[in-house]
Design a protein around this ligand. Structure first.
Ligand code: CTP
Ligand code: MG
Length: 244
């Protein structure tokens, strides 16, 4: 069996409206480096062959120069313009891969740039599992009890907590599976898509495997998340220092 070609799609085309900062959150600095740096570094140091970076149309040049070249992210082979919604950003990257032709990609790993602390262990597990399962997402068991509510915020039902997962990224799929699913969802203009698994759930009968993520793999969404990421990064750096 020939070696499988893994491509990471790193999504950094959001506006970060909930952060309410001057620059989009993926460019905010943590310990002197932009959040996007940490997300790209994780994939640069992983076994994936290449990275497609998705950014806002007006940021392509500055990202190429100030991030990709500046930090030497040699695995970034294309910088693609994002869309209005996250799923449109993903679709733009998938279409580029399709245009490149059949052999260019066996599996895609779709990742939010806003999750800078994704670990080597997670990337390894996702790659190992997607080859067997075709559709894999990472998640952590919800620490809170989850309630399903109706339009008036009245509780309808309470799922058993150990069956509820907070879903993170990366989300990884066999390329043709996710490409076809995205085609369907785009064609049918399906509303309310918030992650890639939902696209595959909607369009196919594929079983999607949830594998163990990490509570530290948080998504930077609001200002307090920056403080948490800084603290976690300090902890990670301290642990690394102790190892050597
Ligand atoms: N993203 C993207 N294209 C979009 C929207 C989001 O590439 N049109 C990316 C973001 O840059 C982020 C990831 O998808 O890395 C997860 O999205 P989210 O956390 O919602 O980021 P934003 O959409 O930027 O933030 P907000 O929803 O608060 O505006
Ligand atoms: Mg968003």
């Amino acid at each position: 069996m020939s070696k499988k070609h893994f491509v990471a799609i790193v999504l950094a085309a959001g506006k970060g409206s909930r952060m309410q900062s001057d620059v989009p959150k993926q460019y905010m600095s943590i310990q002197g480096k932009p959040i996007l740096y940490y997300s790209l570094k994780a994939f640069q140091e992983s076994e994936v062959e290449e990275i497609i970076l998705v950014v806002g149309a007006s940021e392509k040049e500055s990202c190429q120069k100030n991030i990709v070249e500046h930090y030497g992210f040699t695995k970034v082979t294309a910088i693609v313009s994002g869309g209005e919604q996250r799923y449109q950003s993903v679709y733009n990257a998938l279409q580029l891969l399709r245009q490149r032709g059949k052999k260019s990609c066996d599996y895609v790993m779709i990742h939010d740039a806003a999750r800078p602390l994704v670990s080597k262990r997670i990337l390894r597990d996702v790659m190992n599992q997607v080859v067997m399962k075709d559709a894999v997402v990472v998640g952590v068991v919800s620490k809170d009890t989850i309630k399903i509510v109706d339009q008036e915020n009245r509780v309808v039902t309470t799922p058993i907590r150990s069956n509820t997962y907070s879903i993170q990224t990366p989300q990884a799929f066999a390329f043709q599976l996710v490409m076809d699913a995205y085609d369907t969802v785009i064609e049918q203009n399906v509303a309310g898509i918030t992650d890639d698994a939902m696209v595959v759930e909607y369009a196919t009968s594929q079983k999607i495997q949830v594998i163990e993520g990490d509570y530290a793999n948080i998504k930077v969404t609001t200002a307090e998340d920056i403080t948490v990421i800084e603290m976690l990064l300090n902890k990670i750096n301290n642990e690394k220092e102790r190892e050597v």
